[in-house]
Design a binder for this molecule. Sequence first.
Ligand code: NAD
Length: 492
Amino acid sequence: MRTIPHWINGAPVTGGTDTIDVLNPATDRAIATVPMADSDTVAAAIAAGVAAFDGWSQATLSKRAHVLFRFRELLLQHRAELAALITAEHGKTLDDAAGEIARAADSIELACGGPALVRGGTSLQSGPNIDTKSVLHPLGVCVGITPFNFPAMMGMMMVSVALAAGNTFVWKPSEQDPGVCVRIAELFTEAGLPAGVLNVVHGRQDAVEHLIDSPDTEAVAFVGSSKVAHIVYQRAAAAGKRVQAFGGAKNHMVVMPDADLDVVADQLTSASFGAAGQRCMAISVAVVVGASAEPLLEKVRVRAEQVRLGAGDADGTEVGPVVSRQSQERIRAAIKEAVAGGATAVVDRSTEEVPGFEAGYFIGPTVLADVEVASAAYQDELFGPVLVVLRVDTLNAALELIRNHRYGNGASIFTRDGAAANEFERRASAGMIGVNVAIPVPVAAYAVQGWKDSAYGDTGLNNASWSFYTRPKYVTSRWDSVAGTDFGFRPN
Ligand code: NAD
């Protein structure tokens, strides 16, 4: 069986405490093994980053950008191969996986603009014959810890800007689908990235703690569940590191009475069940304002029943399996609990099997109505193809629901009323807002950034992370000679 190695100092390394199997979620079969880093392996990755930092940070901005340009081309050339790796380990469809690679390429494209974007400013005559300027320095070795659901894209949202700004990087991907990350590191090497600038280590909690605690790492970026995001945020802050930690979500879509229900039903079906609901921007709650709930539920029911469940690489599959047996069991238990608690299962395909793939971790689209706001089905992130539908009388009541929820990643509204859209845009308490767009992930030129328990820290990913990956220095200078002592503190 194939071993997915660590990637340290530009080469594969297989050391570790033990290995775990990487399973194909459609078949439950092991397709590779991956070593779990021991402390020496993590230390070697950090040391490689330290050793490479001088050279990479001194390389000109355009030399760094040239590597990123070449890498972007390789990423797109290898799109089908990378998508196949993602599908085999994650379960999502090939088409969806290819879309993930395209989004990863967007982040790299942003970072290709590093020469124009990594710069400070200068003020002439900020004092008498005095100029003040700010310059941006890279930090050193940065750390990225990423989740299973976007194994390529989340890492690229970090690595892109970090490298363009002159940092080196240690990436700790999810142990559930690590194959694509190492292939990406190989492609970076092929693109001319010097050894040690990007390192990949696989591991568990102990590896993450080592990366955070090491005196040789400077910044920690994390994406995953809110529980772990909070732990990482606290630990990195306690170690004196800068940290951005992105967590879970429960994204609401508000449906106004004037919305086109066929469009809404189409959008809800793909946004709730696509990638088996395992997107941090998936819609998991529809809040229907006014009397449209019944007709909308009927339209969603028809669509949910028709969704084609299957292996991610099989022709015609629209929704693949969830990532693990553990996820499958957890989501099924949550649906059972919701129904036992009084929810109505408008559609329940949660125990459906796929012929020929009986061992796969499939969960079919499930729609729950009459869910109590206090229940776990509404409050918790289920991270599966489960849509909760709530009814309210006013936009204000919908906004209250969003405001009171612990998560605030994304929220969207479907309406033809500009005033309602405008009010929603102003008042919805989430970081990413969609108006007639179900999954409003901003382009890389903006940022990925949630609110509340969806993100700890004040910088977003992509174009909002230049300040995270650089530190400013302020230089005050004058070149005329000023004779005579002066013990005052003069105003400018
Ligand atoms: P997870 O929190 O289980 O794991 C994320 C990473 O942390 C993995 O690399 C994992 O190995 C590591 N990890 C796990 N437990 C740890 C611990 N105790 N200490 C240190 N490291 C630990 O998340 P996941 O299941 O891989 O990913 C799904 C989650 O990610 C969902 O909650 C989803 O909403 C979230 N997510 C959020 C965003 C966003 O932009 N906010 C984007 C993608 C995914």
